[in-house]
Design a protein around this ligand. Structure first.
Ligand code: SF4
Ligand code: SF4
Length: 244
């Protein structure tokens, strides 16, 4: 089996949250009790039982209100910093699947609060979550149980607009580059976020930080947020070379 990747084209996302619900259902995760916070984002954040969350960012652009939708999830990094931290602090808690290259967690491995702190802090996208009572971490698994049986992840299967795609990395890369060229004809700021470093490639039509603080490894000033990731990105993440 070839290594896999996702392509998430946020220009096609209507924030229906079908992917978020499908993720809950497939993983048999319970719903989360929430309160009205004046936002359509619901629940407020990722959690031990919420691996996928459609983030809503409401901004004023050129005097008009704008919504930026971002279906957030683990990026299944090519060289996952979370695994580096887990290998040291909680061996076996994070595993790289040899076939798909999915970054998965082992629910049987107990993780101490100190180890989890190190794992979460090193993730440039602030993804892993923890249940302190169970001493276990969790996050998106790339639906490894489905994918290893030849199916696509539940979130991708349910997306009604085609915003989410999944397949062999070579096919997904080509798809992402071609779609970016198309979108850039209208939105000159459009980009793919960290495409050489992750297996979940987001296409955004505006600066990533407008969507979400942790959408990209870089902050709004273009500075790499995590030193470990900076080292891992060099020299592979030369995005402008990649798209030609
Ligand atoms: S996004 Fe975070 S949790 Fe996911 S593979 Fe990368 S470092 Fe690990
Ligand atoms: S299912 Fe597709 S369109 Fe709906 S929120 Fe998820 S990515 Fe967006």
């Amino acid at each position: 089996m070839a290594d896999k990747s996702f392509f998430i084209d946020t220009t096609k996302c209507t924030a229906c949250r079908g992917c978020q619900i499908a993720c809950k259902q497939w993983n048999m995760n319970p719903g989360t009790k929430t309160t009205q916070r004046g936002s359509h984002q619901n629940p407020e954040d990722l959690s031990y039982v919420t691996y996928k969350l459609v983030r809503f960012s409401e901004l004023e652009v050129d005097g008009k209100p704008r919504w930026y939708f971002f279906p957030d999830q683990c990026r299944h990094c090519i060289y996952p910093p979370c695994k580096m931290a887990a290998d040291e602090k909680a061996p076996g808690a994070v595993i790289l699947d040899t076939q798909t290259r999915a970054v998965i967690y082992d629910p049987a491995v107990k993780v101490s609060p100190e180890a989890f702190k190190a794992i979460r802090e090193i993730c440039p996208f602030d993804i892993p979550r923890y249940d302190a009572k169970l001493s276990r971490m969790s996050k998106c698994t790339m639906c490894i149980d489905r994918v290893s049986e030849g199916l696509i992840p539940a979130c991708v299967k349910t997306c009604p607009t085609g915003a989410m795609q999944f397949g062999d990395r070579s096919t997904i890369r080509k798809m992402a580059v071609e779609r970016l060229a198309e979108v850039r004809k209208i939105y000159r700021r459009a980009s793919l976020i960290n495409p050489e470093a992750v297996r979940v490639i987001f296409l955004v039509k505006d600066y990533p930080e407008k969507y979400y603080e942790y959408a990209s490894t870089h902050d709004a000033k273009g500075i790499t947020r995590k030193m470990a990731f900076k080292q891992l990105l060099h020299p592979v993440c030369v995005f402008e070379d990649w798209i030609g």
